[in-house]
Ligand binder design. Structure first.
Ligand code: AMP
Ligand code: MG
Length: 301
């Protein structure tokens, strides 16, 4: 386990002014970790990840058996921050039957004809499941805020109302939506993988230089990089406005992949473990039926 006070440093405090520049994409949150040096840290993070993966598999089994709670894990980040790799690694040990991953791209015409939360609502995890959103309704206050033309006819007719107040209402809608989920048994865990602009450049170059990684690069990634500062401003606003006591954001250092994975695995496992999960208890009647079944099997030739 990662020390809870370290995780706490990564959790965005509701109601406080949030500044992205206070969050380090590397890993220098505490003297203890800085002291460890890069290699020792890598070893330590790997050990933490391995231990958590085993715990997570067990916790998920119990979540499934208990069948009262669902877990929604939201990932948001700039390109190449490591969303796909984190999902792959953190979920590598869990039972695929208990886990659903949805990746959200540009909305279709049909999706745009509904309110902005509609398409996400349809993909929410059922009780007993972990649902992962690789991008989410937060895109509707991030990429759409950076490129307002994407909004289509979701735009109110009076253009003058399309300003600060418009985004504030979307944040409120998101907070209300998440509160509804939490009140009804879904745990909502939100991660912003905080990669630096330099590290993104390095990873883009790697995608360009290594043939087996070429497919991961799209020219639009470079175009979006050009809007880096606008994205950071949109993230800062959105995270500040939507980190609530029931559904807080975690800003996870993402310049070192092993740190990202260890932190995410730790937060997800701890959250599931914190639920009061139990395997269903049998009623007396059900127990009697099991006894009868056992007797019947034993009586077979
Ligand atoms: P990727 O995750 O790299 O496959 O890219 C998916 C693309 O879809 C990204 O450029 C996102 O910004 C974009 N996208 C996701 N959700 C939305 C949305 N609600 N509105 C507009 N673009 C979106
Ligand atoms: Mg991409």
């Amino acid at each position: 386990m990662i020390r809870p006070d370290i995780i706490d440093l990564l959790r965005v405090k509701p109601g406080k002014k949030f500044r992205l520049k206070d969050c380090n994409p590397g890993w220098k949150q505490t003297d203890e970790f800085e002291e460890l040096g890069k290699d020792a840290l890598k070893e330590k993070a790997k050990a933490i990840l391995d231990a958590n993966l085993a715990d997570l598999a067990q916790a998920q089994d119990l979540l499934y058996a208990d069948d009262r709670h669902a877990v929604l894990v939201v990932f948001q980040a700039m390109d190449a921050a490591g969303k796909d790799g984190t999902i792959k690694h953190v979920m590598s040990g869990v039972n695929p039957q208990g886990c659903q991953v949805y990746s959200f791209k540009k909305p279709s015409a049909e999706e745009l004809d509904h309110t902005f939360l509609w398409r996400y609502q349809r993909c929410l995890p059922e009780r007993g499941r972990i649902g992962i959103f690789n991008r989410s309704y937060y895109e509707d206050v991030l990429v759409v805020k950076v490129h307002p033309e994407l909004i289509g006819r979701q735009l109110p007719r009076k253009k003058e109302t399309f300003g600060k107040a418009f985004w504030k209402k979307r944040y409120e809608d998101i907070n209300a939506f998440e509160r509804h989920l939490v009140r009804n048994g879904t745990v909502v865990l939100k991660f912003f993988l905080n990669v630096s602009k330099d590290e993104q450049k390095r990873r883009f170059l790697e995608r360009l230089d290594r043939p087996e990684k070429n497919w991961k690069f799209s020219p639009s990634d470079l175009a979006e990089r050009g809007y880096w500062d606008d994205y950071m401003a949109a993230y800062e606003d959105a995270i500040g406005a939507t980190s609530t006591p029931e559904a807080p954001w975690h800003v996870v250092p993402a310049d070192h992949k092993w740190v990202t994975r260890a932190v995410v695995a730790d937060v997800v496992t701890t959250a599931i473990r914190g639920l009061d999960l139990r395997v269903p208890e049998l009623t007396d009647d059900e127990r009697k039926r099991l006894d009868a079944a056992r007797a019947a099997l034993n009586a077979e030739e």
